[in-house]
Design a protein around this ligand. Sequence first.
Ligand SMILES: [Zn+2]
Length: 477
Amino acid sequence: MHLRIVSTAATLATLMVTALASGQSPTTALAPHQQLAKDIYKELVEYNTSVTTAGTTDASVAMAKRFRDAGFPEQDIFVGGPVPHKHNIVVRLRGRGGANAPKPALLLAHIDVVEALKADWSPDLDPFKFIEKDGFYYGRGTADDKAMAAIFVANLIRLKKDNYVGDRDIIVALTADEEGGQYNGVRWLLQNHKALVDAAFVINEGGRGAMKQDKPLFNELQATQKNVANFTVTAKNRGGHSSVPRPDNAIYQLSEGIARFAKYNFPVKLNVVTRTFFERTAAVETRELGAAMRALVKNEGDQAAIATIAKDPRYNSMMRTTCVATGLTGGHAANALPQTAEVRINCRMVPDADPAEVRAQIEKAFADTGLEVSRAGTRNYVEPSSIGPEMLGPVEQVTRELYGSIPVIPAMSTGATDSQPFRVAGIPAYGVSGIMSDVDDIRAHGKDERVLIKAFYDGQEFLYRLTKLLTTNRPIP
Ligand SMILES: [Zn+2]
């Protein structure tokens, strides 16, 4: 497989990377819309929007100014949020309109980031400085999620400049507190300003483009995600003086249960998205893993296939509910028998799992230990967004145009994204970016976060073409 460069954008990006490698300034090689995306990217990264220690308002206001300067009317720009420092921005590019106009397309990115300390990063980098080095853009949020945010802003301005009128409105929403925090912008907008973000579908983070040794491997289309449930298992004991130990001991009881629980595997349960995921991933995996994936799709009870796939923690998490001990407390003094011992268990449930059933499995593991499992939350099942041809088709088309014949792989996020509140509200939401990164180079939330410079501009072109395709002469969903 070889990277086919078909777009001017990609060619320019290649020139630029070449220029970088030879130590020249790459700026001359950028097309105006690329330069714009880069300027916005830099600006966003250099606003410290750390989720617990900073806010998103300054960044939102700066983006509003860019839209205003580009000629967007005031009534199509909204900046607001539940508290003064956690503002979101929502901007609308009007489509053709009319009584039969389909609902808008919503392009979503969060602009808060995970905390980062300069001391934790390499000495020549700073998480809140946008730095170009060795063919990469570095900075907190370069990958998660300010590349998409910058691209959406630049692309919307480019469309406006080109007098593009789609068959539907295009909304860009940049939001707060996706990475935690109490002021999640998506939930706030859906609850308080539904009309601003009401859409036929959402394009969001959560689907990656994967490369191996600089060759594109696959492009993901995230269409569902796991649900979280937390449980606490508690051992209680009457305690006493540590100089007179007894066989009954809260810590020993709890440990026995944990040891048993550690070996427990939840049953495999695929859905339409993960079944397609394994079907298509089989084509890009090793022969052994690929064969196991095909066998699993044919028969969910194939224990040999399950054992092979389960060796890879990511694939394991993709095919079943997982629960893991993430915290342990117990005892109140060095010289006392413990009266309480507790383990915290974090579960990532497949979308259609019932928390009460997951709790029952945990109880089973801790049976005969006399321990108490905390109550389960309520079931929160959300249908995966359709992976039918109306979305898969355009994503496959643009993927082919830019990256050749690599598969588009529908996927389930094992973590959380802001797509879920939209799915709950009945709006299909998809994670797809077209921004390629090495399968083994995942740095979001971590040290020296970065995005390949070429991948950024290819992603910009990918999302530009996808946006146009999804807003031009499409059947009305
Ligand atoms: Zn993110």
